[in-house]
Design a protein around this ligand. Structure first.
Ligand code: MN
Length: 239
């Protein structure tokens, strides 16, 4: 087996779904030394209210075990866990990446993102995103007590569920023009990998004479999935 790199996203770990946490920890523990790196492209957690919150200690330990074995773990913020910070990096040995980021692996230029920025048709979500991702909002939020923060996080989750019911599937998917703009901005990568929409698929795109593949990762609500990437092949797997 050649060395490979693994990509996952949208695990949405949450106390109310312990079987997914078990499945994910099991997946981490089984990651062998042929894996060069693991990329978690956002929404590892259903919500993250700050590194001081003592949430998901078992997951933190499982990631730490990987980095202790010199398997690199990279993490990107999702819309649910954008408050993961430097304490989390220290505890796990994982490295936070900007969204988006370009990496070069096995001779390919690969653009990585969480994917929520691409959903530009959802104007309401984008303005909410702008608000809560501002430094002032984040600072105010982190100053609140843990119990207050949990209340607010649960309010957001409820609203998000309600919004999903009232919005068409089209509005909540990526906007193709936003995808193309991003691909142009990052100078036509070979591959674009993201999550967020929970619509796992592989799309082939022809843009200005470039052939690009956009890979959408699956979520871990019902079952897990991951993408393996090596010098010869890129494959999706179910857990
Ligand atoms: Mn998301």
């Amino acid at each position: 087996m050649p060395n490979q790199t693994i990509f996952v996203s949208d695990i949405h770990l949450c106390k109310s779904r312990p079987s997914i946490a078990d499945a994910f920890i099991n997946f981490l523990n089984k990651t062998n030394n042929q894996v060069d790196a693991l990329y978690i492209l956002g929404d590892l957690f259903e919500y993250w209210i700050g590194d001081d919150s003592k949430q998901h200690e078992n997951v933190i330990q499982a990631i730490k075990k990987l980095t202790d074995r010199h398997i690199q773990v990279f993490l990107m913020h999702g819309n649910r866990d954008f408050l993961i910070g430097s304490e989390f990096e220290k505890k796990t040995g994982a490295v936070l990446l900007d969204d988006p980021t370009v990496i070069k692996i096995y001779g390919k230029r690969v653009l990585l993102g969480h994917g929520d920025c691409l959903c530009t048709d959802d104007i309401e979500y984008q303005s909410f995103r702008d608000k809560i991702r501002s430094e002032s909002w984040k600072n105010e939020f982190l100053k609140k007590s843990l119990s207050e923060r949990i209340l607010i996080a649960n309010e957001f989750r409820k609203e998000s569920e309600l919004n999903k019911k009232n919005k068409s599937l089209e509005i909540m998917d990526v906007n193709n023009e936003a995808v193309n703009q991003t691909l142009i901005e990052f100078n036509y990568p070979d591959i674009f990998i993201h999550g967020h929409t929970h619509r796992p698929n592989r799309h082939s795109i022809k843009l200005d004479g470039h052939q690009i593949e956009r890979i959408v990762l699956g979520d871990w609500y019902e079952q897990g999935s991951y993408l393996s990437f090596n010098a010869h092949s890129i494959e999706t797997h179910q857990v």
